[in-house]
Design a protein around this ligand. Sequence first.
Ligand SMILES: Nc1ncnc2c1ncn2[C@@H]1O[C@H](COP(=O)(O)OP(=O)(O)OP(=O)(O)O)[C@@H](O)[C@H]1O
Ligand SMILES: [Mg+2]
Length: 268
Amino acid sequence: MRWRSRWLKREREELLDRRKDRDLIKTVEEVFDSITLGHLYRLEAKGIIWEIKGVVSSGKEARVYWAKSKNGEDLAVKIYLSFTAEFRKSIKKYIEGDPRFEKVPKNDFRKLIYEWTRKEFRNLKRLKEVGVRVPKPIAFQGNILVMEFLGENGYRAPLLVEVVDDLSDDELFKIWEDVREQVSKIVCEAGLVHADLSEYNIMVWKEKPWIIDVAQAVHLEHPLSVEFLERDLRNLKYFFGERLEIEDEIEKLRGDLLKCLRKEAHSQ
Ligand SMILES: Nc1ncnc2c1ncn2[C@@H]1O[C@H](COP(=O)(O)OP(=O)(O)OP(=O)(O)O)[C@@H](O)[C@H]1O
Ligand SMILES: [Mg+2]
């Protein structure tokens, strides 16, 4: 009767698997296409994601979920869901001039998103390595990026724009000084320009600013890096400048960052 116990064992394992699958996708099964589900299962099989708990943010192109790892750690899982021409158009200026995208056929949206996801993972890694405060990248698979969760008990930390009115001038000034330091590291140490930096892509967690959403960040040698950097600085100037006296500081920062950019250009 060895076959029977083997069969029973297999049955039980299958049942467990099915249960596990249901847990994993309970909250998401109706949202994803089969390819995305396949990527999720692969992340589960690799022991990275144990369970998706719920939606944290639902944007036009990407959704962010709160998930759990096998050891019960919180994870943020960002899933790019849009494979439309519109999305492609919106990311065009970031990928043109980036060698990582040269091999991707122009009409292969899925591959494009995979490369975009990989780029976000690698940017996070590079930023983390030089000590920029970003969520720790954990894994990527297809259109799915897994990273450290900023928040507690499934509640994400607030964005800077959401808490600014609750901060005293002193607290905000400290955040500004810290953001300034993060930006210097991004440009002068990681050799990147964030290219979508604003109060909407800075989270405040444990009283410190955390930089998020780095898929579009480009290398300093990208043809539009100066333009993107100027835009990032303009956003910071509007936001912080409205509340704090930072005119001179922002000009000094601008000068320092442009110096780093030129240094990079000469070393090419
Ligand atoms: N690591 C994280 N931990 C907790 N929440 C996060 C994390 N990363 C992102 N979020 C939440 O998800 C939201 C969207 O993430 P992100 O800014 O990376 O994507 P996006 O492409 O800008 O999406 P959207 O189109 O919604 O703006 C953030 O505003 C934040 O609220
Ligand atoms: Mg964002």
